[in-house]
Write a protein that binds this ligand. Structure first.
Ligand code: AMP
Ligand code: ZN
Length: 112
């Protein structure tokens, strides 16, 4: 049995505020939002991080990226949004299951 938090969320073993789901992706609200809108986009298969991604995952990664604008719009983000992928301890990754953050709303600060 996987001990991964996001695998458990995908499996419905831990509750989440689900926003979207299909055969490959699961999208839910971040439990500790850093902006008015803060979603997490995760693949249903377990990948530790972007460091685990290979050419075998080409279609999955493309699908995740292509879905982002639609997900942002579905949350009312009509004027743009920010995406973040933290990778590894030095990248500030806290949950070891690949995820893309979508953040937006109420004027995000600039990124310097
Ligand atoms: P990262 O630092 O990129 O690994 O981001 C992990 C994110 O997962 C953080 O923004 C957390 O607030 C979020 N998070 C942790 N536990 C949960 C949970 N049970 N449900 C939703 N989001 C969570
Ligand atoms: Zn996992």
């Amino acid at each position: 049995m996987s001990d991964c938090l996001f695998c458990k969320i995908v499996a419905g073993e831990i509750p989440s505020s689900k926003v979207y789901e299909d055969e490959q992706l699961f999208v839910f609200k971040d439990i500790n939002p850093k902006a008015a809108v803060h979603l997490l986009v995760v693949p249903k298969i377990h990948l530790d991080s972007l460091d685990d991604v290979t050419s075998e995952h080409h279609d999955l990664i493309a699908k995740m990226m292509l879905k982002l604008p639609e997900l942002a719009r579905s949350q009312g983000l009509e004027n743009g949004f920010r995406t973040i992928i933290n990778t590894g301890p030095d990248g500030g990754q806290e949950v070891g299951h690949l995820h893309i953050h979508i953040l937006g709303g109420l004027g995000l600060p600039g990124f310097n």
